[in-house]
Design a protein around this ligand. Structure first.
Ligand code: HEM
Length: 449
């Protein structure tokens, strides 16, 4: 066995099943963040996580409490410490996504062999490079501003007329429209609805204890996805440069590569952002930090907002786990420290949620997110290709809501909320917000569930 990665760190602190005792051990360092608000914000987040995975996440948490890397027969090797996770994600010589027990087992039968998520090596690098050339941060920011503008203007007008707005619906429409634009599909409410239903239909079949879909599920998933990927296939064949698949054709990608990349964007680029945006907003309101962001915006700065967004990504971790398969025997965690031996063919479950959350409670100014180097977007060769898209969408939503609050001198409150159940990616099913007089406080009065 060869050696890799940093020495094994101390045991993780459990974040489930019960919320930590109140008050939390360390007072928050973020100005304006009380312990009660910090606790409330985290408790709401835990409800979202429980709603999606009442058994799996508490189970992973109990496993994480046993140590940073633990072998569970029938499930795999569970990693719940950030440095160790990163070292595995960066180690191309011993770990891969292409194995039967990694992501490839799920996506190859449904979307074919070129979906980024199921590729490694030179082919993966070439496909990524080509796609990155199209999705530069500037191009993505322009596309997002253009696509989201109408939706956000409508939401702001509704808020200003005193009506509540469901942020989940807004995020869904924005994310759906952007994915349609990115992938060359016609944008329409009906198309977005169908697309999201298809994605949800596919992702809700995924189970942590089952490395692949059953043949029947594969057939169902293919049927659901064909409605989405077929237009992309046509766009590639027509070599229409106004569409992304058409541009991919122009850049020399094969039909399967272009369609696979479109599939990847659809699968990973919608539910993640529909999960994140409402949770970000809920954290800002539950922690009572929103009004500070409004004041900061009015003063033309964004330091606290940037910290809040990073911290929200750290505690929400929209993609709670990542999968790999060991391609060769390897010892991780440093041979001298006792290390941990992994055998070729073993399945690796990176519990990203635990890696990111175990370093401490929600507290933006504590800057715990920095040391994790954006692990919530992955690390190494598969680092999220859509991170600039996610950032652009987050900015667009926050700009619109902060501006309306600053302009009208209003606060924002949560009117009603419900967490989504039976979903792969945890999130809210509904998060209704409304403008409020600033002095009234950010939320809670009259919250409906
Ligand atoms: C907050 C939102 C998002 C989060 C937390 C997130 C997270 C991640 C993570 C953790 C990975 C790596 C998975 C692994 O290594 O196993 C990944 C990969 C990827 N993401 Fe994202 N993602 C987000 C939004 C998006 C969006 C909006 C898009 C596209 C529009 C996107 C496109 C992709 C693609 C194409 C990959 C595959 C990259 C590869 O395998 O080379 N993501 N994402």
């Amino acid at each position: 066995m060869s050696a890799a990665s940093p020495s094994l760190p101390a045991q993780a602190q459990p974040i489930f099943p019960a919320p930590p005792a109140f008050p939390l051990a360390e007072p928050p360092v973020t100005p304006g963040l009380t312990q009660a608000a910090q606790y409330f914000a985290m408790a709401q987040e835990n409800r979202v996580l429980y709603g999606a995975h009442p058994w799996v996440l508490p189970m992973l948490d109990r496993i994480a409490a046993r140590g940073p890397i633990v072998r569970i027969p029938g499930l795999g090797v569970v990693v719940s410490e950030a440095r160790l996770a990163r070292s595995i994600l960066m180690d191309r010589d011993h770990f891969s996504k292409t194995g039967r027990t990694a992501s490839a087992g799920l996506w190859t039968p449904v979307l074919g062999p070129s979906v980024l998520l199921n590729m490694e090596g030179a082919d993966h690098l070439r496909l990524r490079r080509t796609i990155s050339g199209i999705f530069t941060p500037k191009a993505v920011a322009e596309l997002t501003a253009d696509t989201a503008a109408g939706e956000l203007a409508e939401a702001v007008a509704r808020l200003e007329s005193g009506l509540p707005v469901d942020v989940v619906k807004v995020a869904t429409r924005i994310a759906g429209a952007i994915i349609c634009r990115l992938t060359g599909l016609p944008v329409s409410e009906e198309r977005i609805g169908r697309m999201l239903a298809a994605i949800h239909g596919v992702t809700s079949m995924v189970r942590l204890h089952r490395p692949s879909l059953t043949p029947r599920q594969v057939e169902q998933a293919k049927a659901a996805m064909s409605d989405i990927v077929d237009p992309a296939r046509q766009a590639w064949r027509a070599q229409d440069e106004s569409t992304i698949p058409g541009r991919m054709a122009g850049l020399g990608l094969t039909e399967d590569e272009a369609v696979g990349a479109v599939g990847a964007f659809i699968v990973v680029g919608t539910e993640t952002i529909v999960s994140f945006l409402p949770r970000l907003l809920a954290l800002a309101l539950d922690s009572r930090l929103w009004n500070d962001l409004v004041a900061e915006r009015a003063a033309g700065s964004a330091d606290r907002r940037d910290l809040l967004v990073e911290e929200a990504l750290r505690v929400t971790v929209p993609t709670p786990v990542m999968l790999r398969e060991a391609t060769a025997d390897v010892r991780v965690g440093g041979a001298s420290a006792g290390g941990f031996g992994i055998r070729a063919g073993e399945r690796i479950i990176i519990a990203t949620l635990m890696c990111c959350r175990n370093v401490g409670p929600f507290d933006p100014a504590a800057r715990r997110a920095g040391e994790l180097k954006q692990l919530w977007f992955g690390a190494g060769p598969h680092f999220c290709l859509g991170a600039p898209v996610a950032t652009a969408q987050t900015d667009a939503l926050l700009d619109a809501l902060l501006d309306v609050c600053a302009r009208t001198g209003s606060g924002l409150r949560i009117v009603s909320r419900a967490e989504a159940r039976g979903v792969l990616i945890p999130g809210y099913a509904r998060l209704e917000i409304a403008l409020t007089k600033r002095s009234q406080g950010p939320h809670r009065r009259g919250v409906r569930r």
